[in-house]
Design a protein around this ligand. Sequence first.
Ligand SMILES: [Zn+2]
Ligand SMILES: [Zn+2]
Length: 149
Amino acid sequence: MKTIKYSRQRESIKLALARRTDHPTADALYASIREEFPNISLGTVYRNLNLLVELGEIQKLNFGDGADHFDSNTSNHYHFICRCCHQVSDLPMLPVEEINSLAQRSYSGKIEGHTTTFFGICSACMDAGYSDSPYDLLLSPDAEEKNPQ
Ligand SMILES: [Zn+2]
Ligand SMILES: [Zn+2]
């Protein structure tokens, strides 16, 4: 059995993540952790984040932008991504658990859960005057590849 020894660095990384609600990437978190640990490397931050994910203390999220995002909230909750500023925020609604049984009807394997990400324009961007823009601005990397500008 793998024993994991207490690490002050790992605790600090976990605390730094808990202080943020913006679902940072490892790079973004690294920038703020360096203020406390000037000699820490990005590799160390990344390794510890992944270890915390393995331990179930944080969760890793993929929003289709090619980077792993980290969240100290490990419960099943929904997210919102702004397609203008790309900010990720929590969307405080109760997960729709019925969707699992609906999906189960169409699938012979075992459905264990779902993740949901909403997209649109955040209130800050709306206030800044962004409104309807072409659909091809969607975050999905597939959409970008299929519709090169
Ligand atoms: Zn925005
Ligand atoms: Zn979240």
